[in-house]
Design a protein around this ligand. Structure first.
Ligand SMILES: *[C@@H]1O[C@H](CO)[C@@H](O)[C@H](O)[C@H]1NC(C)=O
Length: 202
């Protein structure tokens, strides 16, 4: 049972790994230049960069070492990218503490380090290892933030032929339905544009 579950999680990764190995073995140096598909398939970083200028999520993510993996082609990730509107609707900015500090005084250095940690937690809650598949729902996934999971389920409106349009995500504050607005494929993963934000608290 448990082994089966682990295999289900690993199978897409193994399949993807063998696909990319085949690609490497099949491609001779001249092929790489001749085949624009192989040469220019954009990474998650490339796709997010196109979403700029002014993509707030990417601006936060780029300040972290974690974002280096967005351009690592030997690692597959799913990024849940909130729209700017969704980020601006948050009660607190991603770097602000979840609990108001009250009268407790902290130094500027302490504030800086807490702030970096909060950004890290927030961004990590929006990244999942591997490519999320919307084939068999409902399904939960661990995010890179330890202990935080998000889940995908069919929405009540299942009329669209684009599978992702029929799916909502849970993992935000109060567990409201987060809509998926777009799916962007990258060489090393997939980006779901979402109309809400994932809450780092589980
Ligand atoms: C890319 O990811 C692989 C697999 O996780 C890792 O071994 C490698 O060190 C990473 N490369 C860079 C440049 O971070």
């Amino acid at each position: 049972m448990r082994l089966g579950y682990i295999f289900t999680l690993c199978a897409p990764l193994l399949a993807a790994a063998s696909r990319s190995e085949q690609k490497i073995m099949a491609a001779k140096p001249q092929d790489i230049l001749a085949d624009p598909f192989v040469a220019s398939q954009p990474t998650i970083t490339d796709v997010l960069t196109i979403q700029r200028p002014g993509n707030i999520f990417f601006d936060y993510a780029r300040s972290l070492a974690l974002s280096e993996s967005f351009s690592n082609k030997s690692k597959e990730l799913t990024v849940l990218m909130p729209t700017n509107t969704a980020v601006m609707k948050m009660d607190r900015k991603p770097n602000e503490p979840e609990q108001p500090g009250g009268d407790i005084q902290i130094t500027e250095a302490e504030y800086e380090s807490q702030s970096t940690e909060n950004v890290e937690r927030w961004v990590s809650a929006h990244v999942i290892e591997g490519r999320v598949s919307l084939d068999k729902l409902p399904k939960s996934y661990n995010t890179l933030l330890s202990g935080k999971t998000v889940s995908f389920e069919f929405s009540s409106d299942t009329s669209s032929t684009d599978d992702w349009k029929n799916v909502v995500m849970k993992g935000g504050k109060d567990d409201y339905d987060i809509k998926i607005l777009n799916r962007l494929e990258a060489a090393n993963g997939v980006i779901f544009v979402i109309d809400g934000t994932v809450s780092p608290s589980s």
